[in-house]
Design a protein around this ligand. Structure first.
Ligand SMILES: Nc1ncnc2c1ncn2[C@@H]1O[C@H](COP(=O)(O)OP(=O)(O)OP(=O)(O)O)[C@@H](O)[C@H]1O
Ligand SMILES: [Mg+2]
Ligand SMILES: [Zn+2]
Length: 341
């Protein structure tokens, strides 16, 4: 998926630049038609420019005064052009291409002036995040990243009967947050485990997965968010269509296996067909194998307790989950209800 996103952005920049240049050409031609002297000026400037460059190249042969004279000519022509434009009610910029980004002229790249490496323009970085976000399917989770995560919702009281944990939900979530930060910091490390969030409804499992995703997209990683029912539907659809049509390709299906991060939300709410075991196992195994080449991590969120998960899924899946995943138990009150009050 990464290369796909980069290709899309490249196309978008090529399109922007071509548009700006063709608008400019159109404007120029119509202006030259109405004010022919402007076209002559362009021609004279380009002639003088050629001579000027030649004079610079053959420095020894040419006197300094000749070079000075040429640059005076160019300056004079430029001034004449500006005043002609202004006299006719145009700004001087009217005869330059209007790029969306002035910094990079819609190339996405800032050329180094010292001969060092070129750098990506800020507009490119923003575009990248926007595209990663569009592809991630995360629009239902409204977060900017860890900065949006409020810990005040988690009560700082110990109540084992109510929250089913020995410490307070506040302490618990602080520990989870620490782990999620290091998950992000060490995302590209093969040693980094996947994450499994378990807990009752409304305690921020989906929200925290969204925060992690935003942090990763800011770093240029691809993310795909799918609820378990949607995920299995995509897979069934892919299996069905690819069995009937050799050329069938599914972008979403390949992203399920290849995006840098896959979020499987609400595991256990999909319809309990036999096929989902082998499909889930296939996803986990394929991604674990891919992770050795490039980051290919998984976050699973579920309402099921670990015990229920063991009852609900095949033993091979459970051993995968307990092996390759760090498991976190979320606790607290339903934040959906807290927010309403
Ligand atoms: N730490 C938080 N800071 C701010 N808002 C939060 C936080 N946690 C959750 N929320 C908000 O509370 C609501 C419920 O959270 P979320 O959807 O993450 O719960 P969940 O654990 O995934 O529940 P479910 O098991 O029902 O899917 C969401 O609207 C979310 O925006
Ligand atoms: Mg959720
Ligand atoms: Zn730019």
């Amino acid at each position: 998926m990464s290369s796909n996103v980069y290709k899309l952005i490249r196309n978008e920049y090529d399109r922007r630049r071509a548009n700006a240049l063709s608008d400019f050409e159109e404007r120029k031609q119509s202006l030259y038609y109405h004010i022919p002297r402007l076209e002559e000026i362009e021609e004279e400037i380009s002639q003088a420019g050629l001579k000027y460059n030649k004079a610079i190249l053959m420095e020894q042969l040419s006197s300094d005064s000749a070079i000075g004279e040429l640059s005076d000519t160019i300056e004079r022509l430029n001034a004449e052009r500006t005043s002609l434009l202004e006299k006719n009610g145009y700004s001087a910029q009217y005869l330059t291409p209007s790029f969306q980004c002035k910094r990079c002229s819609d190339t996405g790249v800032i050329k180094s002036e010292t001969g060092g490496a070129d750098t990506l323009c800020i507009c490119y970085r923003q575009q990248l995040i926007d595209m990663l976000y569009d592809q991630s399917n995360l629009s239902t989770v409204n977060t900017k990243g860890f900065e949006s995560f409020v810990i005040d919702y988690y009560p700082d009281v110990v109540n084992e009967k109510r929250y089913s944990i020995k410490s307070s939900p506040r302490r618990q979530i602080l520990g989870i947050l620490d782990n999620c930060r290091s998950f992000v910091d060490n995302f590209s490390n093969t040693e980094t485990n996947n994450l499994l969030f378990s807990g009752p409804t409304g305690v921020g499992k989906t929200f925290l997965a969204g925060c992690i995703s935003m942090e990763l997209m800011k770093r240029g990683h691809t993310v795909l968010y799918q609820t378990a029912p949607a995920l299995f539907n995509t897979i069934y659809e892919y299996r069905y269509n690819s069995a009937n049509n050799d050329d069938w390709e599914s972008a979403v299906y390949s992203n399920i296996l290849q995006s840098d991060l896959l979020i499987i939300d609400d595991l256990g709410t999909e319809s309990p067909t036999g096929m989902r075991y082998s499909e889930l196992l296939n996803i986990i195994n394929t991604r674990l194998a891919n992770d050795t080449r490039k980051p290919c991590k998984i976050i699973i969120s579920t309402n099921l307790s670990l015990r229920e998960l063991f009852e609900y899924y095949d033993e091979r899946i459970v051993s995968r989950l307990t092996g390759g995943f760090d498991i976190f138990r979320f606790a607290g009150d339903d934040i959906r209800r807290l927010k309403k009050d």
